[in-house]
Design a protein around this ligand. Structure first.
Ligand code: NI
Length: 255
C-alpha cells in the first residue's frame, strides 16, 4: 500500500483519461493520493477530485509561478475552500528562483500570506523550493511554520539542508529524480534522513521515474520511488511503503 504525497491529477495532461489513471493507481496498490493545487482553478479542481474519489485528498494554494494572479479576494476564497473536509493542507506554495516566472517580491509576499493562512487554520503546508533555499528556510522560520507542519515537496537540496529541516521537525518528500543516473545528491539525502521523516511522491504528470523517464508520469509509478529508497536504505520494499504511508497519513491528519 502506497501514499503518493504529491500528484497533479487535475492537470490538463490527464483530461482524456483521468478516471483511468486514477483507477490504475488504485489497482497498483496506491491507497492514498494528495493532490495539491497549483493556482486557484487547479485548487478548485483538486477539491472536486477529492470529493469524487474517497482515496484522494486535496491541498489548496497558489504556486510561486502563478502568484501574479493573486489578490486578497482570492486568498479569502482559498481560506473558505481550505475548510472543506477533504482539504488537508495549504499548497503547493513557496519560491521558485530557477524559472522566476513571477517577480520575487510578489513570490515572497504571497508565500508569506499563504503560510499565515495555514497557521490561522492550524493546517500543514506543502512547500515548493527551487533555487531559493535560503529565503524559503528563513521565511519558514520567521513565520514559525514548523509548528503546524512543513513538508518539503520534491526535495532537491543537499543532505546538510535536509538535516536542518529534519531537526526543525519537517518532512522530506522524494520524487522520481531519485531514480535518475545523476541522483547522487538526492541519494545522500535519502541516506541521511530517517525513514520516519520521508514521504514518496510522483509530482505527476511531471518527473517520471526510471524506467519510464520521458513519458507522462502517473501515481502508479510511485512504487519505483519506493523501491529505490528501499534499495538505498537496505530495507524491504513493504517496510518503506508502510512507513512512508503512515508518515503521510499522520502529517495530513487522515484517519
Ligand atoms: Ni507540484
Amino acid at each position: 500500500m502506497l501514499f503518493d504525497s504529491h500528484a497533479h491529477l487535475d492537470a490538463k495532461q490527464f483530461d482524456h483519461d483521468r478516471d483511468l489513471v486514477i483507477k490504475r493507481a488504485r489497482l497498483n496498490e496506491v491507497s492514498y493520493i494528495m493532490n495539491p493545487g497549483a493556482d486557484f482553478e487547479s485548487s478548485v479542481e483538486a477539491v472536486a477530485l477529492a470529493e469524487k474519489y474517497d482515496f484522494i485528498y486535496a491541498a489548496v494554494g497558489v504556486h510561486p509561478h502563478d502568484v501574479e494572479t493573486m489578490d486578497d479576494n482570492m486568498l479569502a476564497l482559498l481560506k473558505a475552500m481550505a475548510q472543506k473536509e477533504k482539504v488537508k493542507a495549504i499548497g503547493e506554495i513557496g519560491l521558485d528562483y530557477y524559472r522566476d516566472l513571477s517577480p520575487r517580491p510578489l513570490q515572497k509576499k504571497w508565500f508569506i500570506a499563504q503560510l499565515r493562512l495555514a497557521k490561522s487554520l492550524d493546517m500543514p503546508v506543502i512547500i515548493h523550493d527551487r533555487d531559493a533555499n535560503d529565503d524559503v528556510l528563513r521565511i519558514l522560520k520567521e513565520e514559525q511554520a514548523f509548528e503546524t507542519g512543513v513538508l518539503m515537496h520534491c526535495f532537491s537540496g543537499s543532505k546538510e539542508l535536509a538535516r536542518q529541516y529534519v531537526a526543525l521537525g519537517a518532512y522530506i518528500s522524494i520524487a522520481g529524480p531519485l531514480t535518475f543516473k545523476n541522483a547522487r545528491k538526492t541519494i545522500e539525502v535519502v541516506e541521511s534522513v530517517p525513514l520516519e521523516r520521508l514521504m514518496i511522491e510522483t509530482d505527476s504528470p511531471y518527473l517520471t521515474p526510471e524506467p519510464f523517464r520521458g513519458k507522462r508520469n502517473e501515481s502508479m509509478y510511485v512504487k519505483h520511488v519506493c523501491q529505490k529508497i528501499a534499495d538505498i536504505k537496505g530495507i524491504a520494499y513493504e517496510k518503506c511503503a508502510e512507513i512512508t504511508l503512515n508518515n503521510a497519513k499522520a502529517y495530513f491528519k487522515i484517519k
